[in-house]
Design a protein. Sequence first.
Length: 250
Amino acid sequence: MQYALCPSCSSTLQVSQEQVDAKNGLVRCGHCNDIFDAIKHQLKTPDSVRALELPQEDPFIAPATPEVDEQLTEENHDELTQLENPAWETDKPKQRSKIPFGLLSFVALIALIFQLVSNYPNYFTQNTQLQPAFEKLNQAFNLRIPKYKNTNELRVLDRELSNHPTRSNTLQLKLTIKNTAPVNQDYPIIHLTLSTAIGQNNAQVSFKKSDYLISADMHDPFKPFSTKQITVYLSKPKEPVSGFEISFSF
């Protein structure tokens, strides 16, 4: 058994030869945990040890511990944790489930709106102030809230029925229609009624939006206060056409 002086805290340590041989003299101070060379800071005799001690205080001789690797393997770390905190002595924190009340409230609001619209479709879907919100909900959540539809707010600004310039048995109808509603609408179904000179209905034909819109415009809405120029073709009836009427539906 020999003695060493810690250069960090000046504590006197008892060092065995096995501790010196374990790490070529490196030991850890049991008082301040500093690592130093015990051979280099060895105290030769107990008398020199006592000479360094203060007479007013009891001598403090701390045991030295051999230096070990700082890094522990994952298994050793887990074992150490289990020893320090036994399962039967550790109070495990209670897991509190966090309920996203904001999200639940939002989903409940969407469900309520959808139910109200389903039960009172005309009241809500014909409200021009609510339509922009309904369109956003349809886009965001793939809902099928009906769109605004009012044929009374569709106007014919210009119309012309004439013979096709190159086809002898074909009539050509040119229309300019306008959506006077303050919100989007679907493009309507156009109904054309032909009449004879004596006012009898000669023929009737209907054109869906797929008949007069190009494929790129099929999914676009009829925007508020916008106009659309339409050209459609139909076969000539057997009797001469004297007049025609235009109407819309959805």
